[in-house]
Design a protein around this ligand. Sequence first.
Ligand code: HSC
Ligand code: NAD
Length: 700
Amino acid sequence: MIELSQSVRLERSGDVAVLVVDSPPVNALSWHVRQGIHDGMVQARESDATAVVLICAGRTFIAGADISEFGGNAPAAASLPELQALMEDSTIPVVAAVHGTALGGGLEVALCAHFRVGLASSRYGLPEVNLGLLPGAGGTQRLPRLVGVPKALDLVTSGRHMSAAEAFEEGLIDELVDGDWDALRSAAVAFAQRVVADGGELIRVADRNQRVLADRGNDAVFAEYRAIVNRKARGFLAPEYNIRCVEAAANLDFADGAALEQKLFFELLTGPQSAAQRYGFFAERAANKIPGLSPETKPLAIGQAGVLGAGTMGGGIAMNFANAGIPVTIVERDAEALERGLAVVRKNYERSASRGSITAETVEQRMGLITGSVDKADFASCDIVIEAVFEDMELKKAIFAELDGICSPHAILASNTSALDINEIASVTSRPEQVLGMHFFSPANVMKLLEVVRGVHSSDEVLATAMALGKQIGKVAVMVGVCNGFVGNRMLFMRGAEAERMLLEGATPAQIDSVLYEFGFPMGPFSMSDLAGLDIGWKEATSSSSTIREVLCESGRRGQKNGRGYYLYDPETRAATPDPEVEELIAEFAAGQGIKPREVSDQEILERLLYPMINEGAKILDEGIAIRGSDIDVVWVNGYGWPLYQGGPMYWADSVGLSEIVERIRHYGATLGGRHWELSPLLERLASEDGKLQSHQSQS
Ligand code: HSC
Ligand code: NAD
């Protein structure tokens, strides 16, 4: 065995050279990995080896370029194209042996082998689009040459991972291997030996033109994908750039396509969107690290979950468990509410099946994991129960006291409250160390964010369990502290207060919404309010015309569900149009308060919506409610539709400039007043020190 670099070694299996990459955690293509593969290829060529197998140790094949090297100062080493050329032009066969995931640059390396074999559990993808990039090492040119143009478009625009079975069917891999890593290594060596024995011609993927030629000049297929990405990824640059590259693969020869790919890759790499998206990647992973929580803390096993309440949130929360294969008991207060809740769950699954994202069999299998009941005693065997009843402290306290008596002593009790004090809820139980908040976002089966709310007594084991469970059910979990609204809603309240104020001053709902839409949010505060239901938390009996929302509810408006809210909704298409009656009601309300209407500029709207959120975010950091600035960004991107290409509120504030923001907050504080314009001391300090919110770590 020869150590080629700190992370690559050259071994022999009979007459086959085996290059082993061993660079934990994910064998990314750091400088030493590139140099090692490069040197290994040179040495194999100079030796008497008849073939080369490239395989990785540890949990996965190469997961891509080393993202942390982008824009950094990594030591000089062989470039990716250099080592790819050595593989592709090799006169002895090169076989890539894949386990785990072959992603991004990792798949691009495998595409320069003459053959690929993979474990049945392996997965393949070009997820660069999620980092605001495109595959810059030939992936957009080679992949369509194996799988065809439409499939390549699907993969590069979605970034999804395809299974080994699909990869085999599509011709991306040449052999599927059952078994473990040793079986893969043996199978790859045997495959290489067979190729040598057959003595056939070695054809480079770059030279296989048949499948791309089939779509030369086929404008329709590119138009179809452009329509998809315009709908699903509005405002993002990378999807369109990926399409352009695959279009070049179809319409140009390999060298010209590859040259365009290089040019567009570097354009994206040096642009602001990819910088923000790469920041988001690391921010999400940093959120998993909880200072003071020992990495040795073992999460508890969750074999059976319980959910109380089958309303808007409870049903969606239960679906998350069923989707992850965890049996879940859902308890309602009566049979009718239970039936209604379960029917919504079934309808959601059936809608997914009708769109083809799951099979009819999966619908039944998932419904089979959900058991409905009207008796909380059925929670006795659950390892965790998540409460999702009405937002009412007295009700929640009564319920937690009852659950404490029913549930097994080891069970975790969680609340999905949007804003209430978890410590007060925990205080009625005999196990406050096993109580915490698990705040899901609506629709709970879709939205990625999970705020894990740490009570003063929540134990390390319980917190580690909630974080691990979040990952297991496909959520992005962020640990937050107790305060009114935690991180996300507390900041949202500030935005909402200012939005309502601007309506009184003369801005219209449509103008305010469109400013946020143009910024990149899927919708503004008033469209969101109409979608959620204007009457959430509103009670006719106590309504006193004291806010615009109350006035609108009193006039019979309920939002999208009855076609009238801040906007009017077309009953067929659900398209929104401004409602002149609403504008009149607002004007009357403002006049009643002695406010004279004026023109409010879009810039003022943007500042007044976002700056109070930044200010509140800084206060949240200062109080230790969020662990680090980047956690706040993870919350807003995954729970509230903050456009990922703008990084998140803390990242965006840093890019605007904290001094500029402080100056504007002072201005609005002096002219408008209100608690949310009281400048955060932390923000003021960071601005004066040229510090950054995104990298600020809370001290408490
Ligand atoms: C790319 O490949 C561009 C290419 O086209 C090349 C272009 C070059 C052109 C040059 C021309 C001259 N880098 O997610 P986890 C770390 S772009 C660095 O918790 P899991 C991660 O930060 C890349 N680090 O694990 C974490 O570190 P920590 C395309 C990476 O098991 C640890 O690994 N590839 C890294 O849940 C564990 O990560 C991708 O986008 C990377 N590429 O999931 C794949 N990948 O422990 C990105 C991971 O210190 N990665 N880390 O926090 C993933 O999707 C997931 O990490 C996996 C594992 C599915 C691999
Ligand atoms: P919802 O009104 O849609 O559902 C509440 C359900 O709880 C109802 O089906 C009701 O019958 C049931 N319920 C009430 N008392 C019960 C009892 N004693 N036993 C069993 N079931 C009982 O409310 P929701 O929107 O699902 O909200 C539930 C919780 O989630 C609230 O605390 C809310 O603040 C929080 N939350 C809501 C959202 C949202 O967008 N809707 C988002 C995050 C968190």
